[in-house]
Design a protein around this ligand. Structure first.
Ligand code: BDR
Ligand code: CA
Length: 311
């Protein structure tokens, strides 16, 4: 089994990522750590607990983390994810799961340091604040982590700004720390996630699966599609965050290539851009990678399979 820490800000697509990881038989979720992003830390933490409860993740530590970016003012994505972060999704009335008393950053450090070196994969699907703080507080995690497979950034486009993606653009300094550290980084960015469209056909397929988790996922996908159409003018919404989980599970579902990537911090129009240098073959030992191609049919098979195995 692949041991992961999922660092997220649920959010519709983060919720889908939790369900994919929870239901896939080859993943072991060591912890879910939460970061302010799509909504305030209080809201996204509550959502993480609710989704974990539906998915039956009763023994997984869930910890609240950074309340705001390192250097700049917080910015939420209410127009996409709603006031609650999961508007129009039916969550349990009573949330019985409790958060771990530790800060998320401490949970990341404790988990990585207590597991065998080279076994823990970090999967951030929100701003990189928690991950950057963990690397600064306990630098030894960098060589112990197997890889960091993050949803964020893009090679050629943006959604937060013309060239910046939301998770990078809302905390560029944290992203800069994470991309500069010498652990293996796989950037599952918009180039890839824009291929993961939520079609009506896939929503109907998920809705027909007779589990509570599938029903919830179908609601989430529907709400996400409605909002993406209204706010961004998309036909079918791109289901970003589960792509990072899919990449961890099977690098043939998400194909990636090594390429030097740095985060633009000072550009007047490009701050938060992930600058990938494709001018020549990546140098030996290049630690950053960009995901470029998705096997869409297998991606949806994975999503459907996961929620069919959950409560
Ligand atoms: C990213 O931004 C967030 O709104 C989504 O949850 C995803 O992680 C896509 O740019
Ligand atoms: Ca997210």
């Amino acid at each position: 089994k692949i041991d992961i820490i999922l660092d997220c800000d649920p959010g519709y697509d983060d919720a889908a990522a939790i369900l994919l990881a929870a239901g896939n038989p080859n993943v072991n979720i060591l912890a879910i750590t939460v970061v302010a992003g799509n909504q305030s830390i209080a809201k996204v933490t509550r959502n993480a607990l609710a989704i974990a409860q539906v998915a039956g993740l009763h023994d997984v530590p869930i910890a609240a983390g950074a309340t705001r970016p390192l250097m700049i003012e917080p910015e939420v994505a209410a127009e996409i994810h709603g006031e609650t972060g999961l508007d129009d999704a039916t969550l349990p009335e009573e949330i019985v799961l409790k958060t771990d008393p530790r800060h998320a950053v401490q949970v990341i450090i404790d988990t990585v340091m207590s597991r065998p070196a080279g076994t823990v994969t970090l999967v951030p699907t929100g701003p990189l604040t928690n991950i950057a703080l963990a690397a600064r507080l306990e630098p030894r995690i960098v060589e112990r982590v197997k890889e960091v497979v993050l949803m964020g950034g893009a090679v050629h486009t943006g959604n937060h700004g013309p060239y910046s993606e939301f998770n990078i653009g809302t905390d560029p300094e944290a992203a800069d720390i994470v991309f500069k550290e010498k652990w293996k980084v796989v950037m599952v960015g918009l180039d890839l996630t824009y291929q993961a469209r939520v079609s009506e056909e896939q929503v109907a397929r998920i809705a027909a699966i007779p589990t509570a988790s599938a029903k919830l996922l179908a609601e989430i996908l529907t709400a996400f599609n409605v909002r993406y159409r209204r706010v961004r003018g998309f036909g079918d919404a791109p289901l970003h965050d589960p792509c990072a989980i899919a990449c961890v599970l099977d690098p043939t579902v998400v194909r990636y290539v090594p390429v030097p990537i740095s985060v633009e911090l000072t550009g007047t129009r490009t701050r938060g851009m992930t600058v990938a240098d494709f001018r020549r073959t990546a140098p030996e030992g290049c630690h950053t990678h960009a995901a470029l191609e998705l096997d869409l049919a297998r991606f949806w098979d994975m999503m459907a399979d996961a929620v069919s195995r959950l409560p």
